[in-house]
Design a protein around this ligand. Sequence first.
Ligand SMILES: NC(=O)C1=CN([C@@H]2O[C@H](COP(=O)(O)OP(=O)(O)OC[C@H]3O[C@@H](n4cnc5c(N)ncnc54)[C@H](O)[C@@H]3O)[C@@H](O)[C@H]2O)C=CC1
Ligand SMILES: O=C(O)[C@@H]1CCC=N1
Length: 277
Amino acid sequence: MMSAQIAFIGGGNMAASLIGGLIQAGHDPKRIAVAEPNAARRDWLRAQFGVDVADHASAVLDHAQVVVPAVKPQQMHDVLSGLTLPSGCVLVSIAAGIELATLRRWLGDADIYLVRTMPNTPALLGAGIAGLYADDTVPAAARDLASYVLGAAGTCVWLDNEAQIEAVTAVSGSGPAYFFLVTEAMREVGEKLGLRADIASTLAVQTFIGAAKMAEDGLAKQIDVAQLRANVTSKGGTTEAALRHLESAGLRAIFNDAMHAAATRSRELGASLAKET
Ligand SMILES: NC(=O)C1=CN([C@@H]2O[C@H](COP(=O)(O)OP(=O)(O)OC[C@H]3O[C@@H](n4cnc5c(N)ncnc54)[C@H](O)[C@@H]3O)[C@@H](O)[C@H]2O)C=CC1
Ligand SMILES: O=C(O)[C@@H]1CCC=N1
């Protein structure tokens, strides 16, 4: 698998995260080719990763065993409908919302295997998690290639049905942003409480990192995050005062609404793009 030729169409945030993960896992950068229309971004990709870059998709598809279109969902139809894909390759979709049936329609009668996935940006550091789905027509070898590309950048979870990708999008695809927002808020309040900006920022980010490491350790040792939270919360203490406020202000309901909005948006995106094309 380390010798697989992998083509990315689009070299933006998510492509860079997956490429970073692959290279960190030892994949030869010369066996990764990226098509990216933006010249400054091409220079950055070359300098950062040592991968082959081109300005056009057709220039990166030669001998590709895996093709990852990493453009915005709204650009996907134009990009895919103009492509001649190598026969037998695996197309790994990372696009939010777009259903396999729509992708298949856009690709016409291309003789390829389709895998729909939802990764996340911590892939850049090998700390990603992705949900993957393929239908019964996709053989094990093709699934293994998709697992290799996303697994190089973190953990892979295969799903039972395609609709579950929407839930994955709401939890882990968009999820890093929720934690970043909380960290931003904590940093701002730290300043309001009298800390220097740089100190508030370091405290908030390092707390996020420390809590994430404890949660990871808990996952391995089967200590639930609710238990970890309880361990911080002394009876009658400061954490209890803060958590009581978060709970009574409806934090769980806010997350419920926010994550349902993400899942709904995924469905809407898919439906509107399917209708337009
Ligand atoms: N950013 C994230 O956290 C995640 C994004 N995704 C999915 O990844 C895909 C890409 O998203 P981002 O990387 O965030 O977007 P982005 O905007 O950072 O990257 C898109 C890249 O595609 C390039 N591009 C535009 N037209 C092109 C064309 N015709 N041919 C080749 N390249 C072209 C752009 O110049 C840009 O560099 C989307 O479909 C999104 O749903 C999935 C999971 C997480
Ligand atoms: O915001 C988005 O649409 C993409 C998909 C998941 C994370 N970013």
